[in-house]
Every structure is written in C-alpha cells, then in structure tokens.
Design a protein around this ligand. Sequence first.
Ligand code: NAD
Length: 498
Amino acid sequence: MADFTREYWETALSSIVLEGRCFIDGEYRCAKLGRTFARARPMDGQPGAVLARGEVADIDAAVASARRAFESGIWRHKEPGEKKRILLAWADLIRAHAEELALLETIDVGKPVLASLNVDVKLCADGIQYYAEVTDKLYDEIAPTGRQSRVLVRKVPLGVIGAITPWNYPMIIDAWKLGPAIAAGNSVVLKPAEQSSLSAVRLASLAVEAGLPPGVFNVVTGYGEEAGKPLALHMDVDMIAFTGSTEVGRLIMGYAAQSNIKRVALELGGKSPLVVFDDADLDAAASAVAWGCFYNSGETCHASTRLLVQRSVQQVLIEKIEAITRSDITLAHPFEPSAQIGALIDEAHMHKVLGFIADGEEEGARRAFGAERVLAETGGYYVSPGVFVDMTNDMSLARQEIFGPVLATISFDTEEEALRLANDTIYGLAGAVFTRDMDRAHRFSEALHAGTVWINTYDRSSFSTPFGGFKQSGFGRDRSVHAIDKYCDYKTIWQQFG
Ligand code: NAD
C-alpha cells in the first residue's frame, strides 16, 4: 500500500482528470446549451472542477435514455445471476479506483482524503455489493385464493427513478439510492449536488465499464433549480429519491403533485439529541458526542448536534468533550495524514455557519470553546469544532440545522424533562441515550421519536439496518433489503382454472 503522505496526494492531484461532463446513454456529454460552471476547491479556494451546467434539455435526454433502457428490458429482464455479476464487477471497479475516487471527492467537498478513501469510497463499494448480492434472492408471492386460481403477487420495478443527492457524503448516498433502485431493475437519472458531481460522473462511467447497459444509469450535473427541478417535474419519471434539506424536500413534494403524481422518498435534515444521564459512562459519552457532532465537520444529517445533559454532570462532561476534541479530532488540510476533519463545503456555507454562531451568542448562548474560522491563510473554508453552553431549547443554535461543527448544550434535571426536550424539534432523524440503567435506556429509546436511536453509542451503522427519519426529517428508508421495496410496486396476475 502506498505511503499516503501529503506529497503523495499533491502529486496525484497534478495528474488527475476532472471529468465534469454529464454521463448520458453510456457516454460523456456536454450540456446541450454548452454552458458550464466552475467550483472552487474548499481545501484552499483554488479553482476546482469545471462542470456541465445541465438544464431541461439535458434532463429530457437522460430521462429518454433511461426510459429506452427500461422499456427494452435490457437490464430488468436479465437473469438475476447475470445482474449480480455485473453489479459485483461494478463494486470491484470502485475499489480498484479507490484512490482516484477519494481524491475527486476531497477536491469537491474538502473532507480528509483518508476519510474519503477509508469511509466514503469503501461504503459506496460495499453498498453496491450489498444490493448485488440481494439481486438473486428476491422472491415473489402466490396469494392464498383457493384451488381454482393461481394468483401471482409480483414485485415489479417502477421504471425511471430520478435521484437527487446532497454534497456531504456524495458517494455513500448515491450508493444508497443506486444500489436498490438498479438491483430492482429500474433505470436511474442522478442529479448530484452542484458542489459534488465528480464522483457521480466517475461512478457512472465505471458502471458501464462493469457491463451495466447504457441508459440504466445516467448523471446530469448542474444546479438544483435548473436540473433538479425539471427532473422532479418530469412527466416520464416515476419516482424521485431525494436526500437534502427539508426546505427543498418540501418543493420536491410540490413538483410531484404538480406533474404526474410521481412517488417521492425524502431523506431530510435533523437536529439529533444525544441525552446523557448522570449514571452514564462519561468518557464513552464524551467521545460519542465529540465524534457524533464534529465528524465530517458537522456536515452530517444525523450529527448529534443537541447535547442534553443531566445538570450535575454537565461541567465534567464538557471538559471531557473539549479534551477529546483537542487531542483526537485534528482539523488540518485534507491531504495531511493527521487530518480527522477538513474544510466546509464552500465559502458561502462557511459564512452561514459563522452567522449562526454569531446569532447564537447574541441570543445568550455561551461559547465553551472553538467555533471559529481557522486556517484562513490557506484560502480554504475551515471552522473549528466548538461547544455552546448555558442554552435553552428555543435558541436558534438548538433549533436550526447548522451543518457545521457546532454543539448546543442544554441541561436537564429529570427524565421527563429530558424526553420532552429531546422530542421538542421538528426533526426525527436520530438520537441517543447514555445511561447505565437499562430499564431507563429501554423506556427512553422507545419514547424518543426518531428513525434511529442508539443506546450508549452513536453513529453505528450497517447496511442491514434501515436509515431515515420521522416528522420533517422525511419518509422512506435507505439501506437494508427494505430499501428495495421503495423502488418497486406490487402487481397481481390472476389466472383462473376450470
Ligand atoms: P439541498 O437541499 O440544498 O440540496 C440537495 C439537492 O437538491 C442538491 O442536488 C441540489 O442541487 C438539489 N436541489 C436544490 N434545489 C432544488 C430544486 N428547487 N429542485 C430540485 N432539486 C433541487 O441540500 P444540501 O445543502 O446539498 O445538503 C444538506 C442537507 O441535506 C441537510 O439538510 C442535511 O441534513 C440533508 N441530508 C440528509 C440526509 C439524510 O439521510 N436524511 C443525508 C445527508 C444530507
């Protein structure tokens, strides 16, 4: 294995190809109007990729290609074993190109390149492999209708899926959509976030190299309003699988209603509570809070951004969180091997995060440490992990999804109060409880209204567990075999005898 020094990645950067065209019908294509847009690299503000600025005509071409592939049956009618072989080959190619994909991801989004390599690329390949292996294990049903009939209840693919994804974990979230949608036999048009398209385009070319027929997986790069909106309004798209903000999720539902009543699955925002009782293992809790909130610079939908802590242990817990953050969660240039967190996605987002911090202080939240712009001399967009205390749950830092490395701390006295505070949010994506009292852990985890609840841990995940939210965190689940259901519907075929 290579020695992944900063110099190693600088050398790789000088020779990498930043392919920013759309990928439609098995080939790279410029936007029909010939327009492009440019990205600045979050790690240093230098010029990054130049990307095709896809619009209505490009979406139309991609949807037409996806529809042709679907209607021809070239993918959905393949033998399950053959589908599995092709999807496994795709996962292998992703692994074979892991360093290239990791570099593309880091150039786009500014996360440490070793995190891109060891987490994002790895989980993308694992996700495609997971659904490859499901492909030849899907059974249909025969309904219990009596001896005079044989009634098949078939699970059939929907057709053309539009996938719209965000920039925080692009490859992982793309795999969460592509794996089950394609394994089920659908065709996909993916509109990645305008901040993070490079890995999506490369994934599509690798899919074709692995043997996925042209048209089954297309990518249109571009802005949300110009490319995402026409995809969601398209009359020939059967479903939109969306991950992003609650604000845009609301628009997506409207577009579905205004057009062809396409199905919608929404993975949206969060403001997840991590609740620590005074009997908890405080070292374990501090580590979970720090990593749960600050990993990926806080740009994580299920980040543990609200710490609810029993009053008697608040001070000692905050001290432990500060110690772990300073010793373990190294913020550095993404090519540094020591970097655990890197830059925020872009300059505008950095200023938005700093604006939330300023507003919070004005409302009376007290900064315990961090939450400042750092490494400004690099030209990049870095904010240090920080903690606010002396807060109430109605302050903006406790209610808004900041999507930066900022922890809001609220203290409580009783279990009832903790539960009320934990559920007092418009979101319901995730949460956690730390206590040594297993009766309380059980009671609390049942009562916490969230798609995932961890007990004495945070952010553990597996492809075998569904992921998604309640309330305004959306509906529909990614991951696990259940995700396949969302891309299929039941069809009844009734055969009568005698
Ligand atoms: P965003 O909502 O701004 O953008 C998401 C995607 O929607 C992008 O591809 C964007 O181009 C597109 N888009 C924007 N406007 C559109 C429109 N009018 N029509 C169609 N498409 C449009 O979100 P973001 O800033 O990229 O990502 C951060 C958000 O994503 C956060 O709220 C975060 O919580 C959420 N998120 C949720 C999950 C989850 O699984 N629940 C995972 C990751 C991120």
